[in-house]
Design a protein around this ligand. Structure first.
Ligand code: ATP
Length: 544
């Protein structure tokens, strides 16, 4: 369990946990994480004193800082590091015809199914995806067992291609996958239900197979704009930020003198009336997206798709949570607008889950807006001396899912040598809400005044906290729990030599440094492009 808690849960084959323990361990980690988020001011249920509102959450004093740092990491890697990407901030309310043109009014649906006994509602496609993951689990378990038995001499590729049990699971998985992909692509809801019946998928709550028919459910929220009932217009809360970029692409291209290929980035709220919303901030009804639409010459889109796929994975990996925590997942069913699509998945405490989608959206959206608005929005290419509708590669990541992946990878319970234990959030320093806590050793002898002096010289550059309450050990624990990478202690010696003790969150090592050096030291260690880490421009941006 400790291994899971220490963010190394992806190495699960190393640990002898039988299935049920493993599942409990994962649920346990997730529960602990959710309560940690509340206890330390990261995430609160929305409308908490009214018992919450389904799948809507508020970010607290720590959460908002972490969220802003995530957004900055993304924004800078897009807009600062690429000369040909600029940002916008479009409105949430948009002309309703936009959603007709984009296909969302007719096709932004999820297939839902109810269990008649538990009365619980599920997404039919997610039930089948979970079943596919079960086959993967069985295969991985066989591989892990064999790896342990054979030790150094184990040849995994050979084992996977020859072992009878693995081949049997793989064949069942492949057959299910083919059938599932076909049903999705045909929009065949009866077949989706039949797959659920044939695979004997049961409701996790009631344990029964008493399923209703599968129905389509549109995920868009609507409201009315206008003060009189006759004059009111039905409008939608945007389910994605992308359309705000599409309808502005020519405004930006002309006013910014942008040349294809170029990109437009945006961070903003999106709203989806999700059928199932039971996984904390993983699936919310109000959430935030960071999207970048990259406009390219027709015919070059698949090359750009490949480049963006690679660079986006590097951006994730640069945070240092271990490459094994990520994988690509190609879409089984392409959306009506796409000719290629991949997800970047992260190993959450409840399995590999999508954090970001990279989609080649063709020229579908721009062509549709041209058709529905009746206005030409073609790009004039001065090099080719011709006009065309650009193709679009989109990278779309959820801020909240990114937040959850970072929190789950950082949350760690450690046994210390002195027999005590601590909860520490090993957040990448650049993303930590508070960079530095300054503490007088005792609340007297001029130490608080000296500590205030130190903090005053730093607080314009870093988010700092001052703390003088309780023992120094307790104060360290509080900072560990919110992921503060450095603590500075002011002691009696400081009054004589102007030096302080600097404590590192992860190693708990302490060093003595001059107050005059603190600014440089901290700046170097918490900077996003620190040379000694992989968080630098050559890893998170496209080369020119
Ligand atoms: P899913 O299959 O999980 O419903 P999706 O494929 O519909 O997700 P996209 O439309 O590709 O998601 O949206 C891009 C990103 O927005 C996702 O990768 C995810 O990070 C985020 N996102 C989408 N829906 C939600 C949601 N309900 N809550 C939080 N984040 C979301």
């Amino acid at each position: 369990i400790n291994a899971y808690l220490c963010g190394t849960f992806y190495e699960k084959s190393k640990f002898k946990l039988i299935d049920i323990e493993k599942k409990m361990a994962q649920e346990d980690v997730f529960k602990k994480l959710v309560s940690h988020c509340k206890e330390y001011g990261f995430v609160f249920p929305s409308s908490d004193i009214y018992d919450g509102l389904g799948a809507v959450y508020d970010y607290g004093q720590m959460g908002v800082e972490l969220k802003n740092n995530i957004k900055k990491y993304w924004w800078d890697s897009m807009v600062l590091l690429h000369e040909n990407i600029v940002g916008i901030d479009s409105a949430i309310f948009m002309h309703p015809t936009i959603w007709k043109a984009s296909g969302h009014v007719d096709a932004f649906n999820d297939p839902l199914i109810d269990n008649k006994d538990s009365k619980k509602r599920y997404r039919a496609d997610v039930l089948i995806e979970d079943q596919l993951a079960k086959y993967d689990d069985k295969i991985n378990k066989e591989v892990a067992k064999a790896a342990k038995r054979f030790g150094e001499s184990f040849d995994e590729a050979q084992f996977r291609s020859t072992n009878g049990r693995v081949l049997e699971h793989q064949a069942k998985r492949d057959a299910l996958h083919t059938r599932f992909a076909k049903a999705l692509n045909d929009g065949n809801l009866d077949e989706l239900r039949q797959i659920i019946i044939d695979e004997e998928i049961v409701c996790p709550i009631s344990g029964t197979k008493n399923w209703t028919e599968v129905r389509q459910f549109n995920l868009m929220f609507s409201t009315e704009m206008g003060s009189t009932s006759e004059g009111a217009m039905k409008i939608y809360l945007r389910p994605e930020t992308a359309q705000g970029i599409f309808v502005n692409y020519l405004n930006v291209q002309k006013t910014g003198r942008m040349k294809v290929p170029f990109g437009i980035a945006q961070i903003g709220k999106a709203f989806r009336n999700e059928i199932v919303a039971r996984q904390f901030i993983f699936r919310m009804r109000e959430f935030e997206q960071m999207e970048m639409q990259f406009f390219v010459k027709p015919g070059t889109e698949l090359d750009w798709f490949k480049k963006w796929k690679e660079i986006r994975l590097k951006w994730h990996k640069a945070l240092g949570f271990g490459d094994a925590s990520y994988r690509y997942h190609d879409h089984d069913k392409l959306a009506h607008y796409a000719n290629a699509a991949t997800d970047i998945e992260f190993l959450m405490p409840f399995g590999f889950k999508e954090v970001e989608g990279i989609h080649s959206r063709t020229n579908f959206d721009l062509s549709q807006h041209e058709k529905f608005s009746g206005k030409s929005i073609k790009y004039f290419d001065p090099e080719l001396n011709e006009s065309y509708t650009p193709y679009v590669i989109e990278t779309s990541i959820g801020v909240d899912r990114m937040f959850l992946s970072i929190m789950s990878a950082s949350y760690c319970e450690e046994q210390l040598e002195n027999g005590e234990s601590r909860v520490v959030l090993k957040l990448p320093a650049a993303l930590a809400p508070v960079k530095l806590a300054v503490m007088p050793l005792v609340k007297k002898d001029g130490l608080p005044e000296k500590a205030r002096e130190v903090i005053d010289s730093l607080k314009f550059h870093f988010h700092c906290q001052y703390d003088e309450k309780d023992s120094i050990g307790k104060r360290y624990r509080r900072q560990d729990a919110i992921g503060t990478p450095y603590c500075v202690t002011v002691d009696h010696q400081t009054l004589e030599d102007n030096c302080v003790t600097l404590r590192n969150r992860d190693t708990m090592q302490q060093e003595r440094v001059a107050i005059s050096e603190l600014n440089n030291i901290i700046a170097d260690r918490v900077s996003i492009d620190r040379k000694s880490t992989r968080l630098n421009s050559s890893h998170v941006a496209l080369s020119r």
